[in-house]
Design a protein around this ligand. Sequence first.
Ligand code: KG4
Ligand code: ZN
Length: 477
Amino acid sequence: MIAVLEKNDINRIKELEEKFSNIFLDGDIENDFINNPYTKYIIYLIDNKIVGFINYYEIYDRLEIVNFNVLDFFQNKGIGSKLLDYLIKIVENKKLNNITLEVRIDNDKAIHLYRKYGFKQVSIRKNYYGNVDGILMEKEMIDVKDVYVLGIESSCDETSFSIVKNGITEIATVISSQIDIHKKFGGVVPEIASRAHIKNITFVLEECLEKAKMSMDDITAIAVTYGPGLIGSLLVGVECAKTLAFLYKKPLIPVHHISGHIYANNLVKRLEFPLIALVISGGHTELILMEKDYSFKKLGGTLDDAVGECYDKVGRVINISYPAGPIIDKMAHVGKSKYNLPIPLNDDSFNFSFSGLKSAVINLVHNEEQRGNEINKEDLAYSFQNVVIEVLTKKTLKALKEYKVKHLILAGGVAANTGIREKFKELCEFNNIDYTFPSIKYSTDNAAMIAASGYYAFIEGRRSNLSLNPISSCELK
Ligand code: KG4
Ligand code: ZN
């Protein structure tokens, strides 16, 4: 139980002094506490005995934590978090603007806890604790009524900024695509991609703010894709986000690219849980179960190539320019069933495999060429897409049934595929399953999805400091 220490409760004051005699000298608390109107304490009681406390000052619009301690025996039991929760409620009720504190630079446990609560490092205080430095940390109390998140995406070949309100309403989005630059190479060239991001990034930001008729002052927080993706490309977005967060004193939120693809659906309709997300992009093919916001349970994934990658590689075999996905999609609509291709990893697992399918297409094309037969590209596109649809729908429906889930969402660039959408629509309606697909324009990479996902990460208290680094390959969590 948490209680406020009263100024006239001499017995409790004495108890506190005794229990924490390593911190306080005899008479210390009494003098400061009783005579100083700004000094306050909240105490944590177990069996009516003090086991922890926070001592703080309330000064005008802010609150300063002076001392925070839990008895050794009662540590790691969530008591510190409960005291902090209580304190934050006080700050919210009194509409104070921020909380500050100093912590020893080597106190990893405390620093971790404060970070979790959204405290950011403001500065280092040299030798604050004898010969150990102190970190001054601050938590800004932001009015969570209307949160405007600026999203930044640069993980591959799109430089994009977007402003989204409360995770659901898109205010403005600008996407600068490099497709034309990479087309002649048959795929994304990493070094060229990062250079193009550097060239574009400030212009895209300016255009986005202009389009939204907003300034950086109107932004609540900055969300950026930190991974997975091309490391050089990611770096440009992350450095930009860090610079903006530092300059404009905004919270910095790290966003996993795939969580962005998933939350692209939130811009169409608020996600309903539990749901199954089928993530199909150039780098990923995964089935994910979500029971609430920001809870991702991977049920299965590709053992080799991603489905988008497979589309692009098949495209190369039949001389279609990068990215081949949308073109194969169009061709498949004119084609008919002609070629026999194997259904890859046609088993009971939730895993996928697409490299065998790609090889089967390559073999088929070579064999036909050797026989002097001309390939009907539309028919090949149809036959190939049909196999993809077959395996994706089979495993996804099985997951929905097995986990008794009634909501399906599609996510990632390949979710733009009209054949895949049509089949899922038909099957979901037949099986009484609600479905949401991302809008076509936000199926492929964009910053609106990063801003939408960033909002829920922000609400969860996820924050990064300025040491955030991009990661080329990382698990969704
Ligand atoms: O999500 P995304 O923009 O980038 C990654 O995160 O990977 O996805 C790009 C992939 C490319 O492989 C592209 O060929 C594929 O999505 N794609 C499509 C379609 N539109 C884009 N694949 C099949 N059908 C489409 N209509
Ligand atoms: Zn993507």
